[in-house]
Write a new protein. Structure first.
Length: 178
């Protein structure tokens, strides 16, 4: 399995991967919503504000992950991991963890200090994310599931408190996805 940054020629395959994977796990509505979210994040965000990675098994797209910039009030270099998908037939073989860990290493080398995500604490706990109180760092939108607000520092042992609001890219600035 090769993990690398995506090429624009892969955009439609990436969209299809998110659609099929989330349709299998969460149903058709979620599949459509997440695939459009991933596509919009990759195509409308400024180049400096987005990273997309793919896991390739030869010529086959097995997984993909998107990171978009968060802007905490103190100016820290921060990104949001969302969404991530591993094609249903490739799940539970370590592809998801490898994809996340390799991507985090690339972000760290690019000077990213903090990474946040919004999801299942049990799964993301496997790749070093911990639950974060909004008293420590605020999420960009009102959270419907505050237990799912997770973060990690790539440069120190824990996420230090940051006062003020946190911004996000337009693609992620949608109350219904939080
Ligand atoms: C979540 C996902 C990315 C994980 O990818 P993966 O390649 O299967 O992950 P890994 O093989 O690295 O790890 C799988 C392990 O995580 C566990 N796991 C998967 N989802 C989990 C969850 N929500 N909570 C706890 N554990 C979870 C699996 O049971 C498996 O455990 P095991 O190794 O003990 O058998 C993938 O299952 C997926 O795309 N799911 C559908 C879409 C989705 O939910 N995306 C994440 C939300 S944005």
């Amino acid at each position: 399995m090769k993990i690398k940054q995506y090429e624009t020629s892969q955009l439609n395959d990436i969209k299809a991967l998110f659609k099929n994977t989330f349709t299998d796990s969460e149903g058709e509505t979620e599949g459509k919503m997440v695939s459009e979210l991933a596509y919009e994040a990759l195509t409308t965000s400024d180049g400096k504000d987005v990273y997309g990675f793919v896991a390739m098994d030869g010529d086959t797209l097995a997984g993909s992950i998107v990171f978009t910039r968060l802007t905490p009030a103190n100016g820290a270099e921060a990104f949001l991991l969302s969404p991530v998908a591993v094609s249903t037939s490739y799940q539970k073989q370590g592809v998801g963890s490898t994809l996340i860990n390799v991507a985090l290493e690339v972000l760290k080398n690019e000077g990213v200090e903090l990474v946040f995500t919004y999801g299942d604490p049990n799964y993301y706990g496997r790749v070093s994310f911990k639950q974060i109180s909004e008293d420590v760092v605020k999420a960009p939108c009102k959270l419907s599931f505050p237990e799912g607000w997770l973060g990690q520092s790539l440069v120190s042992d824990e996420v230090s408190p940051i006062e003020g609001e946190t911004g996000c890219v337009a693609a992620m600035n949608k109350p219904e996805i939080w």
